[in-house]
Design a protein around this ligand. Structure first.
Ligand code: AMP
Length: 279
């Protein structure tokens, strides 16, 4: 496994590989877990050569404390990636990714203005900046993203359409802990007490899926919020039932063919997101 910090080195390597191999790319912010590894394994199955990047992108953090506290476990990460058999790992510095200030402004219309876009201003612009830079450096055939970040996946699909990139975006299912909690790098920040409370988030989503047969859309999203907020350790930022394609809120179950329930929940300063397909 080759590990490099240099954009120039990456571009040299991927240009050679791309001549006769497909490249599967998994962008991450590190603190890797089985969720990340499921993307990596799929990339290895689907492509000849697998590239993983580890970069905690400051431009997508709207909260400086969150950026500062974000877990960084580089040695463990590279050990894991080498064990699964990744070919190339890119761990750039901020200067390598942004040699000059990136002032590009992206517009994802209504899809970018709800949920994460609404509650984390600038977040998706920062995601688009880093992902386009990384795509440009890696030149992948396919790129793999998790449904855990459901709205991000929709935004990335819009992005490659908007700027006409010949990259296939592959979506990968959410990997969960034994008790349902969606795996996340931020789970490492939870103390023992919070860790006991957070499985309620996923449990509530699973129960909501059972309930939808008997309850209207508005009542169900209120029930989700109230159920999570009844736990003194948890506070819902949003619980939205949306059209899974446009991410716009729906009012009745007939408003869309595919419907997603998405939540963002705070356990004190730790912000977790999760979602489930209802229909
Ligand atoms: P991150 O390092 O949090 O930026 O995540 C890198 C990629 O891994 C993103 O495409 C995430 O959606 C994906 N990912 C993170 N957690 C999970 C999970 N529990 N299951 C599936 N994919 C995940």
């Amino acid at each position: 496994m080759i590990i490099t910090n240099s954009t120039e080195h990456m571009q040299e390597l991927t240009a050679i590989v791309r001549k006769n191999k497909t490249i599967g790319f998994v962008p991450t912010m590190g603190a890797l877990h089985q969720g990340h590894l499921s993307l990596v394994k799929l990339a290895m199955e689907r492509c000849d050569f697998t590239v993983v990047s580890i970069f905690v992108n400051p431009k997508q953090f709207n909260n400086p404390e969150d950026f500062k506290n974000y877990p960084r476990t580089q040695e463990a990460d590279t050990n894991l990636l080498s064990e699964v058999g990744v070919n190339l790992v890119f761990i750039p510095s901020e200067k390598e990714i942004y040699p000059a200030p990136d002032t590009r402004v992206f517009d994802f219309g209504e899809t970018g203005n709800v949920m994460e876009g609404l509650h984390r201003p600038g977040h998706f612009n920062g995601v688009a900046q880093v992902v386009t830079r990384l795509f440009n450096i890696v030149n992948p055939t396919m790129a793999f993203f998790g449904e855990k970040d459901f709205q991000q996946l929709a935004i990335i699909k819009l992005l490659v359409d908007q700027i006409d990139l010949p990259i296939q975006i592959v979506s990968c299912p959410i990997v969960r802990e034994y008790d349902g909690l969606a795996m996340s790098s931020r789970n490492r920040l939870l103390n023992n007490n919070q860790r006991m409370h957070v499985p309620l988030i996923a449990r509530t989503l699973f129960e909501a899926k059972e309930k939808m047969e008997y309850v209207g859309v508005t009542d169900l999203s209120k029930w989700v919020k109230d159920t999570i907020d009844a736990d003194p350790e948890l506070k819902t930022e949003y619980a939205e039932i949306v059209n899974a394609k446009t991410l716009q809120p729906i009012i009745t179950w007939d408003d869309a063919n595919n419907i997603q329930l998405c939540v963002a929940v705070h356990a004190n300063t730790i912000r977790l997101i999760d979602n489930i397909r209802l229909k």
